[in-house]
Design a protein around this ligand. Structure first.
Ligand code: GCV
Length: 616
């Protein structure tokens, strides 16, 4: 089974020895063990050229391959070559690659007690019982997986920094340095989530960023941290968000708050990654004016150009919170003078908890098409890892981790179909027909999940807090700003200029696309428009019929996928997990279908044209 951490690297059978401390030595070790197995006739030469940094160049002449690159570039090049050879891809005679983004981050939401916030594959690989608790061999296995797809930063703890995780940058520094040393030979640097109010644990009665004692505390603490871990990638901060402390308490804005920390990190080359997930989580549901997705833009865009150059604002891909379908966050399109990172969520919080199959590549592609690759300078993703036997929970959830690596290396070279195909080839070596079946299931999985849960951009019909299973009114009368406002006649929120005005936050092209019924994509209809159930959609169906059809079709897809998977010759251990999860997915999909359809049936009174069961 996968306790060996091989996943898409099945051609590596030996663990990387702890004695290897540089990426170049790891690259040589990996090639030496893999080549006899995957390409016994080939020889690979490594040629160090530090001017290439993390990039690499691969030249093939007959049976000789030369990889040229800086130290980490050599390692990345070696993994790419090994994967290509194993997958049977033809290597071009000469090609070079440079990563598009300098920081390609995985954000763990691991707590020191071993629990993982929104973790669906077991407990933490790092912590247990309020302290570090890890298997160095497994961590090296994880570092190898990260390097194989070019990921270079791991933030090891939850952005909600709960006691005692604040100690990571205090008396836990020696252990943190040990973990950093495990990841270093793979080109992976650590990052730490910090508590904005940390100075207040040390007798300072404020965390005001303009207070000199606060500044002095952080300056000194950064000196101590970097003495222990000179290549720490920096700090990650969630401030003024969901009850976390932050500069608002002191009447300061987020540039003032972030810059104070950034200045403390700057002498050591550290980055300050500052999350923009800031909104009013105590909204009165009767308030029809406040519109939660507008919040980040309102808090940050006016500050464009005011951040230190080592600040990176980390913005979730959509303006809500990792819903099954969201438009690109307008904040990412409105801050040209600020370093930005886009944040994805590999953990399937709202997308099936790694029980339901949900391959994310299609979403990434769509969002990046609207965003444009150059608008951000870094990528981050909330991790989907844990201590389960399969560290991704569902063996197919590995495709999201794998694909995210390729995406953050170069979004122009991470087409959904190519990623799914390569991952399937590397992981399972199926015959062509079975491989097509698997790739088909992966590529269709997102659309199917969307159909049986929350189609047409309706969002937030999920069981509160747990976020698995249907509860159409679960969030409707709560304080989180998450409303669909279904009534007996209509559903959805008007977010055009006539409504909340959210669409006005976009540049003209997107604003116009989303504001007009002619051009707003069906998938986002209820995100941007409030519509009556008898509204006739482009394809001639009424909105209510479309809601019914989508839910029925989504469930039918799951039934069909189950049959296909039953016949798929996967390795026994994976197959057992896949089929067990599929049984749960089917139950979940059936529940979603019937609860949501009945919810709308009870409101609208509209019969299903096809006479399928709806429940009063
Ligand atoms: C880490 C959502 C999740 C929270 C998470 C938060 C965030 O609200 O439900 O668990 O907290 O996002 O991204 O900070």
């Amino acid at each position: 089974m996968h306790t060996d951490f091989r996943y898409w690297l099945p051609f590596l059978t030996e663990d990387v020895p702890a004695a290897l401390t540089t990426p170049e030595s790891v690259a040589r070790f990996e090639l030496k063990q893999a080549l006899p197995r995957i390409a016994p006739d080939m020889s690979v030469t490594l040629c160090r050229d530090d001017s290439m940094g993390e990039g690499f160049r691969v030249c093939r002449q007959g049976n000789t391959i030369t990889i040229t690159g800086g130290e980490v570039g050599l390692l990345y090049g070696a993994y790419r070559v090994m994967m290509a050879l194993y997958a049977g891809e033809k290597l071009p005679a000469d090609h070079a690659q440079q990563p598009k983004y300098a920081l390609r981050m995985i954000d763990n939401w691991d707590n020191a007690d071993g629990d993982i916030e929104r973790g669906y594959s077991g407990r933490s690989l790092m912590f247990e019982g309020g302290r570090f608790d890890y298997d160095p061999i497994r961590l090296r296995g994880l570092a190898r997986l990260m390097a194989s797809v070019g990921l270079n930063v791991l933030c090891i703890n939850n952005v909600n920094v709960r006691n005692p995780a604040h100690r990571l940058i205090e008396d836990w520094l020696p252990q943190l340095a040990e973990v950093a040393a495990i990841f270093r030979p793979f080109g992976v640097r650590l990052m730490v989530s910090i508590d904005y109010a940390q100075p207040m644990r040390h007798g300072i009665d404020t965390a005001d960023p303009l207070n000199e004692r606060v500044q002095a505390w952080w300056n000194e603490q950064c000196r101590v941290v970097y003495a222990a871990i000179p290549d720490l990638a920096g700090f990650l901060v969630k401030a003024d968000s969901e009850h976390r402390p932050g500069p608002f308490t002191y009447g300061r804005n987020h540039a003032e708050g972030a810059n104070m920390l950034a200045r403390a990190l700057k002498p050591f080359g550290g980055n300050l990654v500052w999350r923009c997930f800031v909104y009013n989580c105590q909204q009165d549901w009767r308030d029809q004016v406040t519109d939660r997705p507008m919040a980040a833009y309102q808090h940050y865009v006016y500050l464009d150009g005011q951040f230190e150059d080592n600040v990176i604002l980390q913005v979730k891909n959509g303006p809500f919170d990792f819903q099954v379908r969201e438009p690109v966050s307008p904040t990412l399109l409105a801050m040209p003078e600020t370093n930005l990172a886009i944040e994805w969520q590999l953990a399937q919080e709202y997308t099936g908890h790694q029980i339901d199959i949900y391959a994310m590549m299609g979403m990434w592609q769509e969002v990046m098409a609207d965003l444009g690759a150059d608008k951000v300078m870094a990528m981050a993703a909330v991790s989907n890892l844990g201590r389960d036997e399969c560290i991704f929970g569902h063996p197919f959830a590995a495709v999201n981790f794998f694909g995210y690596g390729l995406l953050s290396w170069d979004p122009d070279n991470a087409a959904a179909g190519d990623v799914a195909r390569l991952w399937a080839k590397l992981t399972y070596r199926l015959d062509a027909k079975d491989e097509d079946t698997l790739v088909g299931i992966l590529l269709e999985s997102r659309g199917a999940y969307e159909k049986y849960t929350a189609p047409l951009g309706v969002c937030w019909m999920v069981v509160p807090h747990e976020h698995y299973g249907p509860s159409p009114d679960g969030y409707e009368y709560q304080a989180w700003g998450t409303y669909h406002r279904a009534s007996r006649d209509a559903v959805g929120i008007d977010r055009t200029a006539k409504g909340t005005g959210y669409a006005e936050q976009y540049p003209a092209e997107l604003r116009d696309r989303y504001s007009s019924l002619e051009t707003c994509p069906d998938e986002l209809l209820l995100w941007f428009q409030r519509q009556r159930y008898d509204y006739v959609m482009r394809d001639g169906r009424t909105l209510i019929q479309r809601i019914y059809d989508d839910h029925f079709e989504g469930y039918e897809w799951v039934e069909a996928a189950e049959k296909k998977l039953t016949a798929l010759p996967l390795p026994e251990a994976d197959k057992a997990i896949v089929m067990e999860r599929m049984t749960r997915q089917k139950k979940n999909a059936r529940e979603w279908r019937d609860v949501i359809n009945s919810f709308f049936y009870r409101f609208s009174g509209a019969e299903d044209e096809k006479g399928r069961p709806l429940y009063l």
